[in-house]
Design a protein around this ligand. Sequence first.
Ligand code: SF4
Ligand code: SF4
Length: 83
Amino acid sequence: MTDETVADRGSVEIAEDLCKGCGLCLLACPVRVLVLAEHLNSYGYHPARYVGRGCTGCGVCYYACPEPAAITVYRREAAAARA
Ligand code: SF4
Ligand code: SF4
């Protein structure tokens, strides 16, 4: 599967200071669009970061994350939905 075949049906926001850098969301994401940032958050962890494209809005990362509220998933409405 290439990036071109993955529609951006969603996006995620990571609350950096709530992230412990455990990497579970990276492993869980089926389309591998999460990475650990090179910088450290306020608590000395490398926070997860969304690469900025390719998210399907599936929500798997949200359920994989042990830190409540660290990840927010946004699902895009099908703006160009077929009527
Ligand atoms: S919502 Fe799904 S596709 Fe998007 S970052 Fe999370 S696991 Fe990956
Ligand atoms: S699973 Fe949660 S705590 Fe772990 S790296 Fe991802 S966002 Fe951070």
